[in-house]
Design a protein around this ligand. Structure first.
Ligand SMILES: Cc1cc2nc3c(=O)[nH]c(=O)nc-3n(C[C@H](O)[C@H](O)[C@H](O)COP(=O)(O)OP(=O)(O)OC[C@H]3O[C@@H](n4cnc5c(N)ncnc54)[C@H](O)[C@@H]3O)c2cc1C
Length: 479
């Protein structure tokens, strides 16, 4: 593959001037104060520089900007809500790229309850799509902790998962079509919502999970499902991840109404209670592990409260669950979810955390979590290793904290060796070092080290074919 494209300052200034001339001053933001918040990633691990944020308002503006950037050899870093976890939306440190923000392209173009489809622009915030779908008696069945900031374009480009994958799949299963600007400036229009279309390779599917390296997503047709008529949320104490998975399987045999099943270790719960104001433990008893369960109902379904009451009653009687409570009302249900959604924030408040978003086969995950934590803690005595999250998808966020290893440079000094160990263990177990966050710049070298060479070669050929000049998000995913 060609060497990474690095622009010079005068070409960047020419691009900024050309954008302003065609689309107005406001489309190129150059005030350093306005740019500053968008130069660092959400976890504050990656820090970049950029002369400008280009913020177009329409697809043809994006196409013109990409065309001009290609002519001038100026790389672009697509950015949505900047909530990504792998530094994918952070520009390079050398300042050689401009940020292309989609946040102003935030319109809902259409929504149809009859077609169960919404066409949203890339910059639309997920929570706003949830609201719009609710107004027509539908819902978009993907949610995650960053829903108030993350955008449709970012969710597509990272093939995001979240807490409802168990029932509805990742973003890949929820996208019916994509409109995007390809690296040569042409517009790919895939919004027709065709159920069947076998005209060769799917550009839509190629763009999902591409992390902005193959083009700019400008809009998407998204699949909706009927709005739930009720939900019930429970918090359950269990003895181990193994018990948690058995509990999920026992719920599966009793009902089809479970759509959220999130594992929370006692350690993560304690951090949330310590750092997030207004949170309290749902159970009075102590358990080493906890599970948050959400069941929903649609027209004709049984009440989800009754379903959970009955099934959790059986789990308590059989000893599968140690303790359980079903939220008495919507406020309590929200309070339970707040605990789950605040784990990353609480860890951040506690200190540096090495985060590993990993997956192995679902049935393997409980043993893997316990074994891998023991191996990490044996190799780095005093460190605390644990996993939380989407157990039913075989995906947990396996995090390692310093514990009693208090060297001030712990994260930088030991982090790479710890992450290598975790990734080696995942690979040996046949798993993935990125389940839902992507590769970005954080995992690029590890991906190259551990992926089968044929896979890396194929990705490089695709990148080279679509973006020969390398103007799309340089240094991410594959360098
Ligand atoms: C508290 C919290 C909880 C989270 N929980 C989850 C979770 O449960 N599951 C999960 O999967 N993720 C989760 N995330 C990660 C994050 O929210 C998702 O990765 C989200 O998809 C990023 O969207 P964004 O708009 O912020 O994208 P950004 O961070 O701006 O960008 C992410 C990547 O997509 C590219 N990109 C952005 N927009 C476009 C576009 N229009 N066209 C082409 N490329 C583009 C960027 O270049 C970058 O590579 C969480 C994040 C936070 C902060």
């Amino acid at each position: 593959m060609a060497a990474r494209l690095r622009s010079n300052s005068s070409d960047r200034q020419r691009l900024i001037a050309a954008v302003r001339e065609r689309f107005g001053e406001s489309v190129a933001v150059t005030d350093p104060h306005d740019i500053a918040p968008w130069l660092n990633d959400w976890r504050d691990r990656y820090h970049g520089r950029s002369d400008a944020i280009l913020a177009p308002k329409a697809t043809d503006e994006v196409a013109a900007i990409v065309t001009m950037a290609g002519q001038l050899g100026v790389p672009l870093v697509p950015q949505g809500g900047n909530t990504g976890m792998v530094g994918g939306a952070t520009p390079p440190e050398d300042g050689s790229a401009l940020i292309l923000s989609l946040r102003r392209m935030n319109r809902l173009r259409s929504i149809s309850a009859d077609n169960n489809l919404a066409v949203a622009e890339a910059g639309m915030i997920l929570a706003n799509l949830h609201d719009e779908a609710g107004k027509v008696g539908r819902r978009f069945p993907l949610t995650l902790g960053a829903r108030g900031s993350c955008t449709i374009g970012g969710l597509i480009s990272t093939n995001a998962g979240g807490t409802q994958v168990l029932r509805f799949g990742t973003m890949r299963s929820l996208v019916a079509g994509i409109e995007a600007v390809l690296p040569d400036g042409t517009i790919h229009s895939g919004l027709s919502g065709l159920k069947k279309d076998n005209r060769g390779y799917s550009l839509d599917q190629l763009l999902i999970g591409a992390e902005g390296t193959l083009g700019i997503v400008t809009a998407a047709a998204l699949k909706l499902v009927p709005a739930a008529t009720a939900r019930a949320v429970a918090w359950v104490g269990v003895a181990s991840p193994q018990a948690a998975l058995k509990l999920l399987r026992s719920l599966d045999t009793g009902t089809r109404q479970i759509e959220g099943f999130e594992l929370v270790p006692a350690d993560s719960l304690a951090l949330v209670l310590k750092h997030v104001p207004g949170t309290r433990s749902p159970l009075e008893s102590d358990s080493r592990w906890h599970v948050l369960i959400e069941a929903t109902a649609h027209e004709g379904d049984e009440s989800p409260d009754k379903v959970l009451d009955a099934l959790l009653g059986q789990a308590l009687a059989s000893g599968l669950a140690a303790d359980a409570v079903v939220a008495a009302n919507e406020a309590q249900a929200e309070a339970f979810w707040k605990i789950r959604d605040s784990i990353s924030e609480a860890e951040r408040a506690e200190g540096p955390t090495l985060a590993h978003d990993i997956s192995v086969a679902v049935e393997t995950m409980p043993d893997f979590m316990v074994d891998a934590a023991a191996q990490v803690e044996r190799a780095f005595p005093g460190a605390i290793a644990s996993g939380f999250g989407h157990l039913g998808d075989g995906n947990v966020h396996f995090h390692v904290r310093a514990g009693t290893r208090t060297a001030p440079d712990w994260y930088d000094a030991e982090g790479p060796a710890i992450s290598r160990l975790v990734h080696d263990l995942v690979t040996a177990a046949g798993g993935s070092i990125s389940a839902e966050h992507g590769i970005g710049q954080m995992k690029r070298d590890e991906f190259k080290r551990l992926a089968p060479p044929g896979r890396i070669a194929a990705l490089r050929h695709i990148k080279q074919a679509l973006d020969p000049a390398g103007i799309m998000n340089p240094g991410k995913l594959i360098a």
